[in-house]
Design a protein around this ligand. Structure first.
Ligand code: ATP
Length: 367
């Protein structure tokens, strides 16, 4: 059995550990699942009264692999030897192009998908046990709200399934306030806008006051205002000491909302750190010029990783801005030149090595 620094339950302490007693540690130690020890724990008490420890592991994946059968015997390796630890109390973004393995990784963490090999632990337990004990709440990518009931009826019903089960949960009214849906209480759940429905789904996901909430592309398809409102609700929840893991295609969203960004591609982690860390890893720059010609011509310029045209401005993401600028000059395209350091988007495109990767800006334009 693995144990944290010290624990009343297993009566063991890791080298250098203290004898402080912590109920959260007790829960973690109660499992036979292995999670690596984490040091320098500081405590946060969340709204539900549970101790959450910044620095203690909420989710641990060890060499996890998952393949799906494909046509003609060729399988797809969706998750490929993934090793990842998510610390309690943090907000983490899982970023990656289409088909990178984000949803599969989330399915593994939620116990919805069994791994082919490797080990998945959530708060030191199997995902299934963590889900059963109410420690994880999830908002999947798809799923309609039950028709024919009001928002209040739906949220109250889900809330009731969690009350009296040992975990303290906030009153249903407070839950609706947190999810910013109090004003929708009397509305039919199946007749809401996309953004309103997502906030109701968020309320359902947090109804059991989980310590970890997993959100699979929570803002996809929402307009700017709806995204802003959903994030206000998620942020309020995270602020109570809960761990948040979300997958997204919105790079700016990951940069703005996450303490840590984990970039996955072809089922592997290819970058991991803060938005600043990830930007620093990429020496690329953005070269912008006035442009009214063909978009595809720009991709062929030397060292251009990706390009886009917004209005009459072309923005070229390049790994060698000098060479790109020279080529633009030779092509007679050097008008109103501007050269800037790489943003997260350029970093992402360079790291995933593909200008064809589907990334989306918060304005909704997909490339
Ligand atoms: N049930 C399945 N059967 C077969 N292949 C699957 C299945 N689910 C996912 N895949 C494949 O596994 C790979 C990873 O898919 P996954 O949905 O995990 O990626 P993703 O990063 O979440 O993608 P997206 O951003 O498009 O949602 C893809 O190649 C996908 O086609």
């Amino acid at each position: 059995m693995w144990f944290v620094d010290s624990c009343r339950k297993c009566r063991a302490s890791a080298p250098g550990g203290t004898r402080d007693i912590c109920t959260a540690q007790e829960r973690i130690c109660g499992s036979a699942e292995a999670v690596p020890p984490v040091r320098n724990v500081s405590h946060v008490t969340n709204e539900s009264g549970h101790d959450t420890e910044l620095g203690t592991t909420a989710v641990s994946l060890r060499e996890v692999t998952k393949s799906y059968p494909g046509k003609g015997g060729t399988g797809v390796r969706a998750v490929d030897g993934l090793t990842l630890d998510l610390a309690c109390g943090r907000t983490v973004a899982l970023l990656g192009p289409n088909g990178a393995g984000k949803s599969t990784a989330i399915g593994l963490m939620l116990g919805l998908i069994p791994p082919d090999s490797g080990r998945v632990a959530v708060f030191g337990e199997t995902p299934e046990r963590a889900v059963r004990s109410g420690r994880i709440g999830a908002m999947p990518q798809t799923g309609r709200l039950i028709p024919g009931v009001t928002v209040r009826e739906l949220v109250t019903f889900v809330h009731r399934t969690y009350t009296g089960k040992g975990r303290p949960v906030p009153p249903a009214g407070e839950l609706m306030e947190t999810a910013m849906i109090a004003d929708l209480a009397g509305r039919r759940a199946d007749r809401l806008s996309g953004g309103q429905a997502q906030r109701v789904r968020f309320a359902i996901a947090v109804a059991g006051a989980p310590d970890l909430i997993v959100l699979d592309e929570p803002t996809t398809g929402l307009d700017i205002e709806a995204r802003r409102e959903l994030w206000a609700a998620i942020r309020a929840y995270a602020g109570r000491g809960s761990t948040v893991l979300f997958s997204t295609h919105y790079l700016e969203e990951a940069d703005a909302e996450a303490d840590r960004i984990v970039v996955v591609d072809r089922g592997k982690v290819i970058a991991d750190g803060t938005g600043e860390d990830i930007k620093r890893r990429v020496p690329g720059r953005t070269v912008s010029v006035d442009f009214t010609g063909s978009f595809t011509d720009l991709d062929a310029l030397p060292h251009v990783v990706s390009s886009e045209v917004r209005g009459t401005r072309a923005h070229l993401h390049t790994t060698d801005s000098d060479a790109t600028v020279m080529a633009l000059a030779q092509a007679g395209l050097l008008r109103n030149l501007e050269v800037k350091g790489a943003g997260l988007e350029e970093a992402f495109l360079t790291l995933t090595g593909s200008s064809k990767a589907t990334t989306t800006t918060p304005t909704g334009a997909t490339r």
